[in-house]
Design a protein around this ligand. Structure first.
Ligand code: AMP
Length: 119
């Protein structure tokens, strides 16, 4: 198995982890962190990411399932802290799904009715 780099050159979210680019932190953990999405699509729109670089949620699950569990738990805590009992946790995976940053991130969306199916 190839080694997973802790960070990747030119990765926007690795640079947020390294504090080279500012972000509004919401929660901070040993292996994961949460920060406000810069272009919110709902009253609550928070991104939850692993500190280590993994391309997408499938790659993270294969390489480090414990960190994926931390990420999902942090997403639930973000929603609970926002007073939301309903929320959507979205992992866009691949360009055609809308993934634009290739460092896995869960979008926590809440605070308005969310239609289904998504677009
Ligand atoms: P995706 O399209 O699923 O890859 O989501 C990428 C998300 O990152 C989008 O919702 C962007 O608004 C968000 N984003 C891009 N740059 C930043 C940044 N510097 N700080 C916070 N969120 C960002």
């Amino acid at each position: 198995m190839s080694e997973i780099p802790a960070s990747a050159p030119d990765c926007l979210f690795c640079r947020i982890v390294a504090r080279e680019i500012p972000a509004t932190a919401v929660k901070d953990g040993d292996r994961v962190l949460a920060f406000q999405d810069v272009n919110p699509q709902a009253p609550t729109h928070v991104l939850v990411i692993p500190r280590a670089h993994h391309r997408d949620v499938g790659a993270l699950a294969a390489a480090d399932p414990a960190t994926l569990a931390d990420l999902v738990s942090m997403a639930a805590a973000v929603a609970a802290d926002a007073g939301e009992d309903s929320y959507r946790l979205v992992f866009n995976t691949g360009e055609r799904s809308g993934q634009s940053v290739f460092h896995v991130h869960g979008h926590v969306l809440a605070g308005r009715p969310l239609s289904w199916p998504s677009g």
